[in-house]
Write a protein that binds this ligand. Structure first.
Ligand code: HEC
Length: 219
């Protein structure tokens, strides 16, 4: 192999290196998506300001919204599952569980003649806690998760629609059905007073949209 051939080979090799390297630089420049040091959007600002109860993560829709489209007749069919253990008539008997007449807004664990579990008595806070629509919704979703130590041996109704329907039916078991909650007026969903989530969510002043980084100078 004479030296001119060696030179050609070397030249070819160097040329290839140069092209590969340049492509790398150019594509880095084109496709790089650098993480800006300061995100342009203040995401934390959309959470309720201090003091608000942390909304349970798994909860998709507030019961007020679900009840707005609920169907008490469909709920009567679901209530058949509850009737294995509960009566729903006025002055009805306690069975495995207490009679559920007028259960909406009834004080927790206060039905005459029923021996409640220690867990349910704890939850009642001495009769202060009531079966609000919210409490019923959470309890029926998963009784044992919501009221630790409850004796209610029922797995729960995971479907939003089923719960809303059965609660709409429970509401009718009363001489004086309680008013339905206002959809969209759930305290949990409202931002705390004074918080301006819309403004806070704007990009911080002076924060320019991230520019693609210039290709790094060749070393
Ligand atoms: C396997 C039996 C059983 C089934 C089925 C059942 N429950 Fe219960 N339920 C109980 C028992 C027992 C208690 C008392 C719980 C305690 O003391 O911890 C109870 C308590 C309750 C309470 C609280 C009552 C109060 O006076 O504080 C509500 C509300 C309730 N059940 C609703 C329902 C609904 C709605 C269904 C159907 C979706 C249902 N339950 C299905 C056994 C049952």
């Amino acid at each position: 192999m004479d030296s001119s051939e060696v030179n050609k080979l070397l030249g070819g090799f160097l040329g290839t290196c140069f092209i590969v390297f340049s492509i790398g630089l150019v594509s880095d420049g084109l496709f790089a998506s650098p993480t800006p040091e300061k995100p342009g959007f203040a995401i934390e600002a959309q959470e309720p300001a201090e003091g608000g109860p942390a909304a349970p993560a798994a909860e998709a829709k507030p019961i007020a919204d679900l009840l707005a489209t609920a169907n008490a007749e469909a709920g009567a069919a679901i209530f058949k599952k509850c009737q294995a253990c509960h009566s729903g008539e006025k002055g009805g008997p306690n069975k495995v569980g207490p009679d559920l007449w007028d259960i909406v807004d009834r004080p927790v664990a206060e039905h005459e003649g029923f021996a409640y579990s220690a867990g349910m008595k704890d939850f009642s806070k001495g009769g202060q806690e009531h079966w609000t629509y919210d409490n019923l919704n959470h309890f029926i979703t998963s009784p044992k998760k919501f009221v630790k130590g409850t004796a209610m041996g029922f797995a729960g109704l995971p479907k939003d629609e089923d719960r809303a329907n059965v609660i709409a039916y429970l509401r009718t078991l009363s001489d004086n059905p309680k008013p339905l909650p206002q959809p969209g007026a759930s305290a949990e969903a409202k931002p705390a007073e004074g918080a301006k989530p819309a403004e806070a969510a704007k990009p911080a002043e002076g924060a320019a949209p991230a520019k693609p980084a210039a290709p790094a100078p060749a070393q």
